[in-house]
Design a protein around this ligand. Structure first.
Ligand code: UDX
Length: 435
């Protein structure tokens, strides 16, 4: 079997490297020449635990190219892993996806199996087959295989996913897909073989459900603030019911990243397009925006004007441990603070480079190498992601390094009682106010 992965982002690169490490010969294709040049030199283009080591070890089984003809000609399994960003009105933008189909149709030299790992709207599998077969003389078997990896755990999640979902259109494709399953994951991983439509919807429904849990707990956190309850304890009390469970119940400034915002909007668009508008999904999206506004309101209640204030911002990656700032809550928050005339002292060693690309024209943001430097001279600090580094900081650290230790913790990283001696505001929990 000659297998080509198209799109060397999180999904494509991690999948390619892992299959190569299982001793399969893999071609990795991307139109980004710079990325391919680094990969050819054995340098991973994304930061993920263990990925660089696996890439180095499996390099002899990997061939990277930015030439479509070279990547597709001769391959009988092509795995599509390109991004499907959010388009107008939430509609998934399939421009890159269809560009790949055009390349396949132009360069295929035999009948071929197409595996779709990109997140695509319901119906795309069957459209893909029709599209390809209308453009060239080969037959295509199209298999949906949605990917559920989360960033920061990409290697672990890919080697040992919670399940492998496969959508096929024929018994013949099912047999082939089952044999493929053995290549992607070990036999213990639950396998669900279903229709393409069901497989495509499982991906959107899963991500939107997780996002909905977050929006739900965030909306309860706002009520907690009103009635003097503690959201962390409410979440704990809920999570002890095994039907609810503890995951995705951490209140904060809202979810971000390359999946939840895009997929909730995508699912709402799909539902509306099918005349079954999903109000819960719509509410999930609006609650997420409301949570950011709520956090900013906490700040503006405390400081009537932000003009000329210096604000330390910790953690601009959409979650701790990632360099990725796509749809990070930090983007609208920092934008707002800048609009109000504040100066930002930013600390996030992982994500600062990507954040700088978004705010390159702003002269009011200083990028600091140490948290102490960001805190020094700042009027207050806001914490926006759950990086392990921030979790370890103590009340004394803030007291020692700030003129006045005023903290807005957007991720409830610390126990309120541990923050005595500071002025401490968090989400859905009692504040330690100025005396
Ligand atoms: C997510 C899904 O987990 C993964 O299965 C899917 O394939 C892609 O989308 P990812 O975007 O990497 O993965 O991040 P995840 O860890 O799920 O977090 C998403 C966002 O939710 C982050 O901004 C995070 O801070 C936030 N979050 C998560 C919360 O606010 N509270 C929680 O309890 C959990």
């Amino acid at each position: 079997m000659n297998m080509t992965f198209v799109g060397m982002g999180y999904v494509g690169l991690v999948n390619s490297v892992i299959l190569a490490s299982y001793n399969h010969n893999i071609i990795g294709f991307d139109i980004d020449k710079e990325k391919i040049s680094l990969l050819k030199q054995g340098v991973s283009t994304i930061e993920e635990p263990n990925l660089q080591t696996l890439l180095t070890e499996a390099q002899h089984n990997l061939r990277f190219t930015s030439n479509a003809k070279d990547a597709i000609r001769g391959s009988n399994v092509i795995v599509i892993c390109v991004d499907t960003p959010q388009g107008k009105d939430g509609e998934p933008d399939l421009t890159h996806f269809y560009e790949v189909l055009d390349e396949i149709a132009d360069n295929a030299t035999q009948n071929c199996c197409i595996i779709i790992r990109s997140t695509v709207p319901v119906g795309t599998n069957r459209l893909t087959k029709k599209y390809l077969e209308s453009k060239c003389n080969y037959r295509f078997q199209v298999i949906s295989m949605p990917e559920f990896l989360s960033q920061g755990n990409a290697v672990k999640d890919t080697i040992n996913p919670s399940r492998l979902v496969i959508g096929v259109t024929s018994p013949e494709a099912e047999i082939f897909a089952k044999s493929l399953a053995g290549i992607f994951v070990n036999k213990k991983v639950p396998l669900l073989v279903t229709t393409p439509e069901t497989a495509e919807l499982i991906k959107y429904a899963s991500n939107s459900f997780l996002a909905m849990k977050i929006s739900y707990i965030n909306s309860i956190s706002r009520l907690c603030d009103k009635v003097d309850a503690d959201i962390d304890k409410v979440a704990l009390g809920m999570s002890l019911d095994p039907r609810i469970g503890p995951s995705f119940l951490k209140a904060g400034v809202g979810y971000g990243g390359s999946c939840f915002p895009k997929d909730t909007n995508g699912l709402y668009w799909i539902s509306d397009d099918n005349a079954v508008p999903l109000d819960l999904v719509k509410a999930t999206i609006t609650e997420n925006d409301a949570q950011i506004k709520y956090f900013l309101d906490k700040i503006t209640k405390r400081f009537k004007s932000l003009n000329n204030l210096k604000i330390a911002v910790f953690g601009v990656g959409f979650k701790g441990g990632t360099e990725d700032v796509r749809n990070s809550p930090a983007i609208p928050i920092v934008k707002y603070l800048l609009e109000k005339g504040a100066y930002i002292n930013l600390y996030d060693p992982l994500a600062e480079e990507n954040f700088h690309k978004v705010f390159s024209r702003h002269t009011h943001i200083a990028y600091l190498d140490y948290p102490q430097d960001a805190l020094k001279n700042s009027d207050f600090v806001i914490i926006l992601n759950d990086s392990d580094e921030f979790k370890k900081l103590t009340a004394d650290f803030y007291i020692e390094n700030m003129k006045r230790p005023i903290i807005f913790d957007g991720r409830n990283l610390y126990k309120v009682e541990d923050m005595k001696g500071t002025e401490y505001y968090s989400i859905g929990r009692p504040s330690l106010k100025k005396k």
